[in-house]
Design a binder for this molecule. Structure first.
Ligand code: GLA
Length: 357
């Protein structure tokens, strides 16, 4: 799919931007290794209402938290949700977008810290709203990169582009096969007819990306590349990977196996073979647990609860070390208490309000 253009060339005085969270069906810890993933945008997301005002700097209200922030550009650092707002504004300012004085209202319904990408939803919605007010335009991949820089430079989580691209490119009824070697995005129909359901269940263990082993795993993959003399694990060969010292051999073996499972999952979806999708979810989870070592006892207990409810496959989603578990339930199975049904939904969007010119 060609990247759609997002943002607008016209200047608006008032706008509303929505960006969804995401579930990654399969393809975990592959994005920063130039591999493959198969996420979909979910219905839940973050909405940012932005209104240009005549004087002042940037004023933001987080309606769900009852908190606010105010700063001038370039902003000083801050923690929590403020780091995202300041980071997005600073990165856009640094990219030459002329931001007006603005009032921002932020509201959302993606559970925070759960592995459903509330942070990407926040970054993308903020960036789209500010781009619209700044009369600027940014292509999706460039915008995803800008948002990932916010995670790295302002929040301290050196993430890949999975969450931002899923949020930007989401398509109703589809998962997105993303190839991180060239950032191409291919929609793959994800039909859940006849009573099949995808659900997520919270492990109850908050996943703090920056504080978790995420950055450590990323460092291990970089070290594996150095030892193999390749630019990314996408170029690594199975035989060479097996000769790496541990734990690097296990980490790289996960990445190579996960790329294969993404390809197999696309084929299973195209064949309408949902039991096979379930088997691949289980295999992905086992690899994340045993080779990538990013599961926890609470995550394992949550996987077991989904299996006990009849799931044909269940796996952790996102960076791991806590967060939500995804389960694929066949017709007739009832989701365990607290599970939420997730549906492949549309991507980020901007509505210019009256006052546009
Ligand atoms: C987090 C990161 C993504 C990706 C996943 C693991 O969600 O933000 O970039 O690396 O973990 O697949």
């Amino acid at each position: 799919m060609d990247a759609r253009d997002v943002g607008r060339h016209v200047t608006v005085r008032e706008t509303r931007a929505f960006a969804p969270g995401r579930v990654n069906l399969i393809g975990e810890h592959t994005d920063y290794n130039h591999g493959l993933a198969l996420p979909f945008a979910i219905a839940e997301g973050v909405t940012v209402r932005a209104r240009a005002v005549d004087v002042g700097g940037i004023h933001a209200q987080a309606l769900d938290l009852g908190e606010e922030d105010a700063f001038a550009l370039p902003p000083p650092r801050a923690a929590g949700w403020r780091a995202f707002v300041r980071g997005v504004a600073a990165e856009l300012h640094g990219a030459g977008v002329a931001l007006p004085a603005v009032d921002l209202e932020i509201a959302g319904d993606v559970p925070r810290g759960a592995g459903l990408s509330s942070s990407a939803a926040l970054e993308v919605a903020l960036a789209l709203a500010l781009l619209a007010l700044g009369g600027a335009h940014m292509e999706e991949r460039e915008l995803a990169g800008l948002c990932a820089r916010v995670e790295g430079a302002w929040v301290g989580a050196h993430t890949g582009l999975l969450d931002q691209l899923a949020s930007l490119c989401g398509l109703e009824g589809h998962a997105l096969r993303i190839d991180f070697a060239d950032l191409s995005v291919l929609p793959v129909p994800l039909a859940l007819a006849g009573g099949w359901q995808l659900v997520t269940l919270d492990s109850g263990e908050p996943r703090m990306l920056a504080a978790s082993g995420y950055n450590a795993r990323r460092g291990e993959c970089a070290r594996a590349c150095e030892l193999l003399g390749v630019d990314s694990l996408r170029e690594a060969r199975t035989g060479d990977v097996a000769r790496l010292p541990e734990p690097l051999a296990r980490r790289a073996a996960h990445v190579l196996g996960e790329n294969t499972r993404v390809r197999e999952c696309v084929a299973a979806l195209r064949a309408g073979d949902l039991p096979q999708v379930g088997a691949l979810l289980d295999a992905s989870h086992a690899s994340l647990r045993d080779l990538y070592e990013c599961s926890t006892p609470a995550v394992e207990a949550t996987v077991e609860r989904l299996r006990a409810a009849g799931a044909v496959g269940a796996r952790m989603v996102g960076g791991g070390f806590g967060g939500h578990v995804l389960g694929l339930l066949p017709p007739g199975a009832s989701a365990p208490p607290g599970a939420r049904t997730v549906r492949p939904s549309g991507g980020a969007r901007v509505d210019a309000a009256p006052g546009s010119h």
